[in-house]
Design a protein around this ligand. Structure first.
Ligand code: SAM
Ligand code: SF4
Ligand code: SF4
Length: 339
């Protein structure tokens, strides 16, 4: 039997953070002032090995997970990623079907990695790209990383058969919201699927203010005024993005309105941090350690029971409660959980 949480939500998606490190310092995620040279990232023996990750993923798949997303930190800085992908791609659902296997990346290393990852069995990639303007992009990645390399990485992903590529855009008021139409025009021409994400109050270090959020409907209206859009019905329960289709056949966009239109009621996502903690909500303050039992030799069946018990008492709905929340609750950082 697949577990249901207290609000009747099944466990369908698992996001696996394969590292807490990143070569970027996006201010909304890992601000340089906090994640500078002195910041202590997890030592190697504290992060799950590739084999341990694959084993944990197998346990979740036995409980009904159908979608795996590899993330971070920046997943491509983890050594041996294609080997991990090969292990994950060989997992099968209890019915014997393949899994939906995707990765979210900042795109900086895709020129070198897209092909080996595709060959190993990766299905799709989502690339984060907040602006097409090089100066804005360099400011928003915090390390002056040139946009040309990310655009080339996206091309490499397409060449390797990892398309259509989804492109995540985090919008911050006054920072990159002037570039919405440029991004839309580019993605329409290239066949990419844009996903506009409302800037969230993840973690405690990014100095989030509600005024910084560009509401998803504002984005839809701005784009629709230029290229009319219509809403697309959700494909499945728990779909994160609200989808909109161009009436002229120019593809679709998605908006992830976690601040202005919370979607906790359908949330079927669990997350594993690089050190092997299970989080039942992006905004959970505490994780459940799976590394210790894993390393103590607990069987897959016992691990599955452990995870099912944690999921069975889950009642998270942080985004829906946000309005009432004080904003001072302890929270895990986005880079630790991978979005
Ligand atoms: N490093 C990879 C990347 O940037 O795609 C994967 C990890 S990153 C934490 C996953 C996603 O979370 C990215 O699309 C990123 O833009 C988004 N993200 C990070 N901080 C955010 C915030 N405060 N609000 C909304 N989205 C955020
Ligand atoms: Fe790194 Fe991704 Fe966070 Fe940017 S959003 S700092 S690329 S983990
Ligand atoms: Fe899911 Fe938590 Fe986000 Fe709600 S706030 S959608 S429960 S991860």
């Amino acid at each position: 039997m697949f577990p249901m949480d207290r609000l009747g939500r099944p466990l369908r998606d698992l996001r696996i953070s394969v590292t807490d490190r990143c070569n970027f310092r996006c201010p909304y995620c890992m601000p340089q002032e906090v994640f500078g040279r002195d910041y202590r990232f997890l030592p190697r023996d504290e992060i799950l090995s590739l084999e341990e990750i694959a084993r944990v993923a197998g346990v979740f798949v036995s409980l009904g997970v159908q979608k795996l997303r590899i993330t971070g930190g920046e997943p491509t800085v983890r050594r041996g990623l294609p080997e991990l992908v090969a292990m994950l791609a060989s997992l099968r659902t209890p019915e014997g079907g393949p899994l939906d296997l995707a990765m979210t990346t900042n795109g900086s290393a895709l020129r070198a990695l897209a092909r080996p990852l595709a060959d190993a069995g990766l299905g799709r990639v989502t690339v984060s790209l907040d602006s097409l303007d090089d100066a804005t992009f360099q400011r928003m990645n915090g390390v002056d990383f040139p946009i040309a390399k990310v655009l080339d990485g996206i091309d490499a992903a397409l060449e390797a058969g990892l398309g259509p590529v989804k492109v995540n855009v985090v919008l911050k008021r006054g920072e990159n919201d002037g570039g919405i139409l440029d991004l839309a025009s580019w993605a329409r021409d290239a066949g990419h699927i844009l996903r506009f994400i409302e800037y969230m109050d993840v973690g405690t270090t990014n100095g989030w203010r509600l005024d910084d959020v560009v509401p998803a409907m504002e984005v839809v209206e701005a784009i629709s005024a230029r290229w009319p859009l219509e809403a697309v019905p959700a494909r499945y329960t728990g779909e994160v993005a609200e989808r909109w289709r161009y009436l002229d056949g120019g593809g679709e966009i998605g908006v992830i309105a976690s601040v202005t239109r919370p979607f906790c009621g359908d949330c079927t996502r669990a997350r594993i941090s690089a050190e092997g903690k299970l989080y039942t909500c992006l905004f959970s303050a505490v994780g459940h350690d799976l590394r210790e039992p894993l390393r103590a030799g607990e069987s897959d069946a016992a691990l599955a029971e452990r995870v099912a018990a944690i999921w069975g008492v889950r009642d998270d709905r942080y985004s829906e409660r946000r309005a009432a929340a004080t904003g001072h609750l302890p929270k895990i950082e986005m880079f630790a959980l991978g979005g």
